[in-house]
Ligand binder design. Structure first.
Ligand SMILES: [Fe+2]
Length: 177
């Protein structure tokens, strides 16, 4: 799974950075599978945020919204790659399973762990773990997160001068809370 994620990420970078014809090794099916996963994840995290708001977990809701925005960055990047390979970015949408916020955090953490150890996924997982460990402490107030619109990196409290993952400048981060 880890190897697959690495290959897929390399493939996305190669396709995005290339203005020439697609590399013959590019695997459209892998990109379509990733697109489907990210598109469904985005919807799931939006619903998790709504559930957290309903239960009064304001900080967890903020994090779910930030990760949902990051998933959007990922599927939009994938859609560009898919288009460059001559494909159409369509995804079969699943019915999300929404439980309690604690369970949703646990499910999200499990999902991020299963997706491999890509740097951005690892950062999302770390923040989800922090939200789980601080569920009550984070309850009273929304929290500020910053999402890199280039790579989907998420930072807490402030945007870095330069994204440590993709090198994008601070201006490429958007605040989500
Ligand atoms: Fe970035």
């Amino acid at each position: 799974m880890f190897r697959k994620s690495v290959i897929l990420m390399a493939l996305c970078v190669a396709v995005l950075s290339s203005t020439a014809a697609a590399a013959p090794s590019a695997n459209l099916n892998d990109l379509l599978a990733a697109y489907k996963g990210e598109k469904n994840a985005q919807v799931r995290y939006v619903l998790f945020a709504q559930q957290a708001d309903k239960e009064g977990y304001k900080g967890a809701a903020s994090l779910f919204r930030a990760i949902a925005r990051a998933e959007q960055v990922h599927y939009e990047n994938n859609a560009i790659s898919i288009k460059k390979l001559g494909g159409a970015a369509n995804a079969k949408m699943e019915t999300p399973v929404v439980k309690s916020t604690k369970e949703n955090l646990e499910a999200a953490l499990k999902d991020k762990s299963q997706k491999g150890e890509g740097k951005v996924e690892a950062i999302h997982a770390k923040l989800l773990k922090k939200a789980l460990d601080n569920l009550e402490a984070w309850k009273a107030q929304k929290k500020d997160f910053f999402v890199c619109l280039v790579c989907g990196n998420v930072t807490e409290d402030k945007a870095p001068a330069i994204c440590p993952i993709c090198g994008a400048p601070k201006e490429k981060f958007t605040a989500v809370n």
